[in-house]
Structure formats: structure tokens, C-alpha cells
Ligand binder design. Sequence first.
Ligand code: EPZ
Length: 418
Amino acid sequence: MDKFMIVGGRRLFGSVKAECAKNAVLPLFAAAVLTDEPVFLRGAPPIADALCMAQILRELGAEAEFTAEGVAVRSADAHLHTISSALTRELRSSVFMLGALLTRFHRACIAYPGGCDIGLRPIDLHLSALKRLGVSITEREGYIFCECGRLRGAEIQLDFPSVGATENAMLAAVMAEGETRIGGAAKEPEIVDLQNFLNRMGAKVKGAGTDTVRIEGVSRLHGADFRPSGDRIEAGTFLIAAALCGGEAEVTGVRPEKLASLLHKLRENGCKIHTKNDKIRVESSGRLKSNRRIETMPFPGFPTDLQAQATALNCTCEGCSLIVENLFETRFKYVPELQKMGADIVVRGRNAFVRGVPRLHGASVTAGDLRGGAALVLAALGAEGASEVLDLSHIDRGYYNFAGKLKNLGADIRRVRT
Ligand code: EPZ
């Protein structure tokens, strides 16, 4: 198992280019199953979650090969439609394979994904959307069995703008008979990526990025070569790192409007933000003012995937802040590790009350989830003295060459094998 060895206190300077977005790439793997022609996901990084999705496709009989330029997928020989519990446990978001498999094979079987370290993460909205499209679903012994004739277009209204449920419904409706309208849809930029990819394949999808997605079913889809957009969460993580450590860093490859809520908060901290096209630069003195309140919300609100990183930033800001996590039930599990570094945080349910201290001190801490792990790294970069961050498997799920990029910005961070 690897760990990061970090010596805090370095200011960060330089530029880093965001990878293609993890949360855009993952549903595109599912969409690749909709055609028997070759598909190329240009720029897709070999992060652990993408490797896992590739493995899922191989288990279905498809081919998925990573190259320096991206991932080549060929689903011509895909013929299976069951996803094992081991893979579903490893990658919850495999659940949106259901929509793609039902479109391709009119049947699908997936182990119930269950909860994870950030919350219960039910899939009721996914299943009710699929039922509206004509899918019959039975749940037995921890598995979900789905089957359908030709999927029929329908009116779907989501009770909550779930990203995964919106994507699943799009994947199931894209070749259904007639029109589908998804109301109450998630508006995340990754939904727009999925729409653009599907339309590149010959689909007729519109409205992604708004709360209503409309789909006119088509009879077939062809191959495509597509570059997903930049990872706004990776970019936001580096911007927060620079704010926390002090210095001047630029992130390229993500348009500022995709991070408007974060940039607003960083300005509130006292950072200077400069934006031009897909470049975002942050200047920070390092000793910032607390954000009085951060509430995570569906896009365009403050992203839950930057909540842990923003909490780490506020640990050493002047003043107090209230962080409210509205999306997931238990997304503060990283807090005890920050407290080992001297953070003054009290968690009550979905609220974290943070009192800024002048400086954290180094400690040995363990990552428990993807974004919480990234937050521990950021805290260590700003802390006094040496830290180690253990169990990098979580961070590797969503950050490619995380240490290398931070080192290029001037951080004292090394990845060592234990
Ligand atoms: C996606 O997860 C992202 N993952 C998550 O990123 C992100 O945190 C989340 O959207 C919210 O933005 C991918 O895109 C692969 P949701 P998803 O369905 O689709 C409830 C990361 O760190 N809900 O929008 O699973 C659910 O419990 C990951 O990159 C239901 O109640 O999120 C949660 O409270 C973590 N029933 C809320 O909706 C359902 O059927 C948001 O979940 C589905 C969801």
C-alpha cells in the first residue's frame, strides 16, 4: 500500500491542466455499450474508477483498451448483461450500466450497490425512472433483475435532481420508441457531456444542463470519437490547495462558469481570482478569512465533491464557518483525521462548525474516501511539519498523478511504497 509523505509550509506557484472529468468519463463507458461500432474516449485518464468501468465492460464481453491518448472501446462482442457484486461494490456508479444494458440487450442484472462511506446512496430514483420506460424490475437476494421489450418513451419526473438517475434515464431512453421527457433532471456539466457524446453517436438529446432533458428515440447509434470536458472537481481541488498554501496557481482546461460557486467562496476568503477562457488563476496570501457558511447543493450550487476540501481550507482561516452537507448523510468522516492535525471542528449530523486556528501541525492520517482523502493532503500541505497520508487507493479513484501535479506547483510531497 502506498502513502504520501508531505512536508507542509510551501507556497504553490505554477500551472496545472485538469484531466478529463471522472464523472463525465464514467457514464460514457456505459454509453459505449449502445453501439457495436468502435468508440474512443479521448483524453480519458487511467484513474482507478475508469479502470474499473473498463473491467466491467470486459466482463460483459466488450473490449476496452487504455492508450496514451485515451480509451478505445469495442462492444461488438458484448453479450452478457450481469454485473457482479464485487465490481458493483467497488464502483457504485456502475449502476448506470442498467440503462445501457437494457437498451442493448433488453435485460440487465446488477448486484444492489448498497451504501458507501459518504452515505446510503439509494437507487430508487433510477429504478422508478426505468419502470416509467417499461422496464420490469425484481429484487432478489441482493440482485436487481431488469427486463423489457422495446423501451417506450415516457414522461419521467425525478423527485430529486440525481446525477446518476438522470444519466440512467438518458441511456435507457436514447433508443426507446418515441419521446422521453426527464423533468427535475440534474443540471451538472457532466450531463451535458453525456448528451454531447450520445448526439455524436447519432442520438437526439437536448436540454442537458437544464432541469428538463428531452430525448427522441432513434433506431441505432454509431461509433464516435469524443473528448469529455475538464474535471471541475480536480480543478477546484487544486485551486483550494493554492488558496490554503498561499501563492499563485493557475488551472487550465475548465471553464470558470463550471466553478462559479467555488470562485465566489474563494473571493469571500480574500483570494484574488482571474479568469480567461478555460483558465482560472488564484492568488492567495495564505492567511484568509473564514467562509461564514458553505452549503452543498446540486449544480450550480456549491459541489458536495468540494465540501471536504473547502472544510480543510477553513480550518486555518480567521473566524468561524458553518459547513452544511445537504447531499450525503455521512460525508464528514474525514474530520477526525483533520482533528489529529489540530483542526477545531465539531460535527453535528449534516453540519460541521469550524473554528479557524493559526496553523495545523503534521500528523499521520488515513484517507477513508476519495474527496476526504484529497482534503487531508491539502491540510498536510499547509500544516507545520511533516505528515503522512495513508491508504491512497481512495485518492487514486479520482485523481491522476495527484502528487506529481502538486510537486510541479512546488509542494513537498512524495509517494512512497510501504
Ligand atoms: C454523482 O453521484 C457523482 N458521481 C458524485 O461524485 C457526486 O457527489 C454526486 O453525483 C452529486 O453531485 C458520479 O458522477 C460517478 P446523486 P450520484 O444520484 O449520481 C440521493 C465523487 O466524489 N439519491 O446525484 O450517485 C442520494 O442519496 C462522487 O466524484 C436518492 O435518494 O449522486 C444523494 O443524497 C461522489 N435516490 C443525492 O440523491 C437515488 O435513486 C445525490 O445523489 C439516487 C440518488
